[in-house]
Design a protein. Structure first.
Length: 94
């Protein structure tokens, strides 16, 4: 299963998004600070192995960003919810 198929399965999409669709969706993420946007993008890329990134566990990401595994999980969930917005990847939803 490709990283994009894993993302589609997690988000319950009808098909796997293309790398271009994911990149476009990432440009539309909204957080209070630009640093947080970059961190959220990186966490999703590492969790799913997108754009050639290695797949990392919550613990490994927590160590990388000096955050708890729970906080990494929260950021991942919040970012996935944002990606599901209709203008981002939600149009692929079942």
């Amino acid at each position: 299963m490709t990283p994009y198929e894993k993302l589609a399965k997690r988000l319950r999409l009808t098909r796997a998004p293309t790398p271009e669709e994911v990149a476009r969706a990432f440009t539309q993420l909204s957080y209070r600070s630009p640093a947080m946007v970059e961190k959220a993008r990186a966490i999703i890329c590492y969790r799913f192995g997108l754009f050639g990134c290695d797949t990392l566990t919550l613990r490994a990401l927590g160590e990388r960003y000096h955050l708890s595994t729970e906080r990494i999980r929260q950021i991942e969930g919040q970012t996935l919810r944002q990606l599901l917005h209709e203008r981002r990847l939600g149009f692929l939803r079942v």
